[in-house]
Ligand binder design. Structure first.
Ligand SMILES: [Zn+2]
Length: 73
């Protein structure tokens, strides 16, 4: 399976991205989230990785189908 990260935007929408550079997130440098264009909001939102173990299977499946737009910020 393709490696994807499920994230939650500031408005609570769940979606996924394959481009979230988690490894390069310096603690405290960019704040708790990362600006990603939420496909639901249609605009940049501060998004944080979601706790997938806390999601139901339907929620997870929906999030994985909802792909964040690629964005070079
Ligand atoms: Zn959103």
């Amino acid at each position: 399976m393709e490696q994807r990260t499920v994230v939650r935007c500031a408005e609570g929408h769940l979606f996924s991205t394959g481009t979230l550079p988690l490894q390069s997130l310096g603690a405290g440098r960019l704040g708790p989230g990362r600006l990603i264009r939420c496909p639901k909001c249609g605009r940049l939102r501060s998004s944080v990785p979601a706790d997938v173990s806390a999601l139901s299977a339907p929620e997870l499946a929906r999030a994985l189908r909802l792909d964040a737009e690629r964005l070079l910020a």
